[in-house]
Design a protein around this ligand. Structure first.
Ligand code: PLP
Length: 481
């Protein structure tokens, strides 16, 4: 994969080799259970406690306030569910406030609290750049508000939120404040005293640490009911034997990120600005999403009118470029993103989203290549989109129709096949190539679909072929569930 260009660092990052080195001894030599009383156990425990101190130093808090978890999603879940249920028990508070642009780890948790645990949930408005205003929060606060949740930096549009102001307001009104800092931690200062938050969620794989480990900051004295019960691990707040090597990896990755932040951010901004200028300049009917300046240094996100975002990703992938249409969890979903709709975008724009996020391995040559490939790809897809309906009926289609029982029947099949192919490509993408078979079916399908698009014809034969291929992908999808 040496020629492949990766512009999807918001989805995940590769593990830094220094992080891997720090982790390795804890898989084999120092494999003890950190809860064991013998020497091996004590060594693991000592390493975890050092990691906790390291993370606490970065966050400017006490090590007692750090809880290691299995990922960013779990950190969000523990904070939100744990705080809301504890606040309900403590003072009967049953109201929650959230921004409409949160990651699903937050929205799904809060919606579950609303739908199954009797909480009321208010979504505050954001402006066209995705910024929540402290005024909007102030207007939504009620005497029974238990918790407010607003993310530090948005994963889809890169916008930074005015956390310190919102936190100050919440503190003044005696309401708990949670922030999802999963995207922010790779580039922004995360001093919980300056931010004034009560809970803050992190996930290591966004800052060149391993996948499958996260951390939650929970301010001393703020209520938190454990959601995973069992042993007394993690100050009794998260049961389960700790994953020593991954916790070591998270702490090491965070230290490196903080030490090198300035240098990396300067590079990220250089690439980001080239992407933004280059794309907006060369592609008509394109727009930047999110705030122009108050955004993550590595984040450039766009919408292109009358383009299908999933098709765009597929074409970029075929050209050797990895990008995303939003958050990794949404890829393959043909509905417009809730985040983009919350900004006030209409579906004809919101469906054509593209997120480009640069990282430590990004070079000028990578950005050059993207700027070379993207304008033509967008143009090609627009042409294909316009050709839907009457104009796709070409001479070859006419010839093919002569062999079919009725022209109407063929029309129906073509429409159906095109829909199926789009869906199949979406599902294939969301498989994340978990199996070799799925990957093969996916590339086959992409090839055929691209051919059909380039020729702007769908012959009867091609229709059959695409149908078979689409069925195969759908079957694989079912098997993998
Ligand atoms: C803003 C945000 N929150 C939470 C998560 C979930 O993190 P994890 O993948 O570690 O569960 C992500 C991942 O994309 C994210 O971008």
């Amino acid at each position: 994969m040496t020629d492949y260009i990766y512009l999807d660092y918001a989805a995940t990052t590769p593990v830094d080799p220094r992080v891997l080195d720090a982790m390795l001894p804890y898989f084999s030599e120092d494999f003890g259970n950190p809860s064991s009383v013998h020497q091996l156990g004590r060594r693991a425990e000592k390493a975890i406690e050092q990691a906790r101190r390291d993370v606490a130093e970065v966050l400017n808090c006490s090590p007692r306030e750090i809880i290691f978890t299995s990922c960013g999603s779990e950190s969000d879940n523990l904070a939100l569910r744990g705080a809301a249920l504890a606040e309900r028990e403590r003072r009967g508070a049953r109201h929650l406030i959230v921004s409409p642009i949160e990651h699903s780890a937050v929205t799904a948790t809060l919606r579950q609290l609303r739908n199954h645990f009797g909480f009321a949930l208010t979504e505050v408005d954001v402006d066209a750049a995705g910024r929540v205003t402290p005024d909007g929060i102030a207007r939504s606060l009620r005497p029974d508000t238990a918790l407010v949740s607003v993310m530090y930096a948005n994963n889809e549009i890169g916008t930074l939120e005015p956390l310190a102001e919102i936190a100050a307001l919440c503190r003044e009104r005696g309401v708990l404040f949670h922030t999802d800092a999963v995207q922010a931690a790779s580039q922004l200062e995360i001093d919980v005293q300056k931010l004034g938050v009560d809970y803050l969620a992190l996930g290591a794989h966004k800052f060149y640490g391993p996948k499958g480990v996260g951390a939650l900051y929970a301010r001393a004295g703020s209520p938190l009911l454990p959601t995973q019960t069992g042993g007394s691990h993690e100050h009794g707040l998260r049961a389960g034997t700790q994953n020593t090597p991954y916790i070591i990896g998270l702490a090491e990755a965070l230290k490196i990120t903080v030490n090198e932040r300035e240098t990396h951010n300067a590079n990220f901004i250089h690439h980001r600005e080239r992407l933004i200028e280059g794309i907006l300049h060369s592609i008509p009917d394109s727009a930047l999403t999110g705030h122009r300046t108050e955004r993550l240094p590595n984040h450039a996100s766009f919408v292109f009118r009358h383009v299908n975002g999933n098709d765009l990703l597929m074409h970029l992938d075929l050209a050797g470029i990895a990008a995303s249409s939003g958050s990794a969890c949404k890829t393959g979903d043909p509905k417009p993103s809730e985040v983009l709709l919350a900004l006030g975008l209409t579906a004809d724009w919101a469906l054509g989203s593209l997120r480009l996020t640069v990282g430590r391995q990004t070079t000028d040559a990578h950005v050059d290549r993207l700027l070379e490939v993207l304008p033509g790809t967008v143009e090609k897809l627009r042409k294909f989109d316009e050709s839907e309906g009457e104009t796709i009926w070409t001479t070859e289609m006419y010839r093919a129709s002569l062999k079919t029982p009725s022209q109407a029947d063929l029309w129906k099949r073509v429409g159906e096949t095109k829909r199926q192919v789009r869906e199949a490509i979406g599902t294939a993408l969301s498989l994340e190539f978990r199996s070799e078979q799925a990957y093969q079916a996916y590339t086959g399908l992409c090839g055929e679909a691209q051919m059909a698009r380039e020729d702007e014809v769908l012959t009867q034969e091609l229709v059959e072929m695409l149908n078979a291929q689409a069925d195969k992908v759908i079957q694989l999808r079912r098997q993998s569930k």
